[in-house]
Write a protein that binds this ligand. Structure first.
Ligand SMILES: Nc1ncnc2c1ncn2[C@@H]1O[C@H](COP(=O)(O)OP(=O)(O)OP(=O)(O)O)[C@@H](O)[C@H]1O
Length: 265
């Protein structure tokens, strides 16, 4: 994989407001978002259901427009990137169902190479190598000739991660990449994402409800709350008691010593 080095911050978010515009109505989902991620960092966005994690990820991936504020990729405004520049800088894996499950795993992963292929879509030797690397990293060799409709939700989720890896962008955004995985595969995938971030200088940002795992494995965490957001290294956030504010204390409490949540009995 390419080892990209640049002096710019990989992803810089300033005073960002996100939400939805429907006709004359604007619904603000979250505002005053400020954080930045460097090259080679693995980071998570956590927060309660409906707080706006996916909306933020879609906004950062240019799938939907911001309401206000700024998003910079490698020191350049998100909106100033051409479509082809964006496709080779940032890959986004959302939770929406696949349009066509009739493709084989190999064909789907090969789609990740679309930004680089020529106008007839022929794969170069580099494309084939990137596809092979992605399949091997996620351990999909024995599934590669299966049709996507034959896969379990968890298997499909791993295939989608492989597609993003084959795209070989410097930033990867993933919406709940481990939600359908068993505990073993959750840990395996998150450790792999960490390894990829650290060894290839990619910036990987994902949304998650696996807060304890993100505390153990991520370099940075963004905690989204209704009133304000917290961002930093897991240990800084623990010291600031940021995880205590995530859930109502009559249901769960956070144990700072073990970095885990306890059910209030
Ligand atoms: N297309 C849309 N138009 C208007 N509002 C929307 C739209 N999609 C989502 N929302 C609203 O935006 C808010 C944030 O949703 P979002 O999916 O970003 O939350 P989330 O933190 O990812 O939630 P979860 O943890 O449940 O996946 C919710 O109140 C949701 O109803």
């Amino acid at each position: 994989m390419n080892k990209k080095t640049t002096t710019h911050t990989a992803l810089k978010v300033n005073d960002l407001s996100i939400g939805y515009r429907n006709k004359n109505e604007i619904t603000v989902i979250a505002k005053e978002l400020d954080f930045q991620l460097e090259h080679g960092e693995l980071a998570a966005i956590v927060g309660v259901n409906g707080i706006g994690k996916s909306t933020l990820l879609r906004t950062l991936g240019n799938v939907q427009s911001k309401l206000s504020g700024s998003v910079q990729l490698d020191g350049k405004d998100l909106k100033k990137h051409s479509p082809i520049e964006l496709a080779s800088t940032i890959s986004v894996v959302l939770t929406e169902p696949l349009a066509s499950k009739n493709l084989t795993v190999l064909e789907l992963i090969a789609l990740g190479r679309q930004p680089y292929t020529n106008w007839i879509g022929r794969l170069s030797e580099t494309d084939k190598t990137k596809i092979k690397e992605a399949i091997s990293m996620i351990g999909l060799e024995n599934l590669k000739h299966k049709k996507c409709y034959e896969l379990s939700d968890g298997q499909l989720q791993r295939v989608m991660i492989a597609r993003a890896l084959s795209q070989d962008t410097s930033i990867i955004l993933l919406d709940e990449p481990t939600s359908h995985l068993d505990l073993h595969h959750k840990v395996q995938i998150l450790k792999l994402l960490k390894h990829i971030a650290h060894h290839t200088q990619k910036t990987i940002l994902f949304t998650s409800h696996e807060i304890e795992m993100t505390i153990q494995l991520c370099d940075k965490i963004l905690i989204m709350n209704k009133e304000s957001h917290d961002f930093g290294e897991p240990c800084e956030l623990i010291q600031k008691q940021a995880f205590e504010r995530l859930f109502p204390s009559d249901t769960v409490t956070f144990d700072a010593k073990t970095g885990s949540f306890k059910i209030k009995k």
